[in-house]
Design a protein around this ligand. Structure first.
Ligand SMILES: C[S@@+](CC[C@H](N)C(=O)[O-])C[C@H]1O[C@@H](n2cnc3c(N)ncnc32)[C@H](O)[C@@H]1O
Length: 321
């Protein structure tokens, strides 16, 4: 039998008893140490997949306790266990994200939550560029300083919530400059806010968790076609300049992508580009580009190019691999 037990901070009596009586206890070293689990009953995480392979080899009559940080159903171990065919019981605990929002008393049903834990940070940064309230699961390499560097051109407030539930828990509200230079303690989560946490919340309909969906913008046919060629999605960055820039940018914002007007500032690599400057095509290797003026004779290699006239605009689209 497998039970997954969430843990944020001091273990409850229920968890201590479960850890003392299980045949096997699976968890990070810090959790196993906190529960005083003997070496011969430990499976120490590391990577989750090899641990799940070991769990799968354990006889079914053995009691396995998996200790997971926060809510094990939210960016947690239960999904991978179920994928491997297990049907664990779950004892939940508050997520670190919920706890960080609680520390600053800020509702988070309208927040976008993203993990940069072992994943590219650009997605989290682009979401924080597009949305006013974004919560990020960080890691040592992808943390508050790296986020603040990618968002340096925007006014943002950062809630750095370190070691939640531990005796040395620390929650600080930092401006961009202080976020860039702070030394964070691990583990931590970061809330990236367009307003300080004490400010009013933006309007929210209270229907669907996540960002408020705005009305679809009314745009000309050429902008709609250019948008459909680029197809930016949440977490991507669009650099938009030229005659159709404003309307395509409005559509990108509506679908949750981030937008920078004109060429992207240093350090930002756009995923898609709308431009009327043929020279911009060689500047970097975005996933897709739309050129809104007459194209140069030689277009960069490695893209599938198409050309079309829409509503008085000449659109040249390149889609990369
Ligand atoms: C794999 S995710 C697990 C998230 C977990 N299921 C939850 O609901 O919090 C691991 C990340 O959670 C965050 N985290 C876990 N424990 C934390 C703590 N005590 N304080 C702050 N952040 C924590 C860190 O961002 C860490 O990189």
């Amino acid at each position: 039998m497998i039970t997954v037990h969430g843990l944020l901070g001091a273990p409850t009596l229920e968890l201590r008893v479960a850890a003392a009586t299980a045949d096997w206890v699976v968890g990070g070293r810090r959790h196993l140490d906190a529960l005083s689990v003997e070496q011969d009953r430990r499976i120490t995480l590391g990577a989750l997949r090899p641990a799940i392979a070991r769990i799968s080899d354990i006889a079914e009559d053995q009691i396995v306790l998996v200790v997971a940080s926060g809510d094990p159903l939210y960016f947690g171990a239960v999904r991978a266990l179920r994928e491997a065919g297990h049907e664990p019981e779950v004892v939940t605990a508050p997520s670190s994200i919920a706890t960080a929002f609680a520390a600053v008393a800020l509702p988070w049903d309208d927040a976008v939550v993203v993990s940069a834990h072992g994943r590219p940070l650009a997605v989290a940064a682009n979401l924080a560029r597009a949305h006013p309230k974004v919560a990020v699961f960080t890691s040592a390499d992808n943390g508050i300083r790296e986020l603040a560097a990618l968002l340096a051109d925007l006014p943002r407030w950062y809630v750095l919530a370190e070691r939640l539930g531990e005796p040395d828990q620390c929650v600080r509200v930092l401006d961009s400059a202080r976020a860039l230079s702070t030394e964070p303690a691990e583990p931590n989560v970061v809330l990236v806010l367009a307003e300080p946490p004490e400010s009013c919340d933006p309007p929210w309909s209270g229907t669907i968790a996540g960002r408020e969906t705005r009305r679809r913008p009314d745009v000309c046919a050429a902008a709609a076609v250019a948008f459909a060629r680029l197809l930016p999605e949440p977490g991507e960055l669009l650099a938009a300049s030229g005659s159709l820039a404003e309307e395509v940018a409005a559509l990108a914002r509506w679908c949750g992508a981030a937008v920078v007007p004109g060429p992207a500032p240093d350090g930002l690599a756009p995923d898609v580009i709308l431009t009327d400057n043929p020279l911009a095509l060689d500047a970097n290797r975005p996933r897709a580009v739309v050129l809104t003026t007459t194209p140069p004779e030689r277009l960069p290699a490695g893209y599938r190019w198409t050309s079309e006239h829409v509503g008085g605009h000449h659109l040249t689209t390149g889609v990369g691999p």
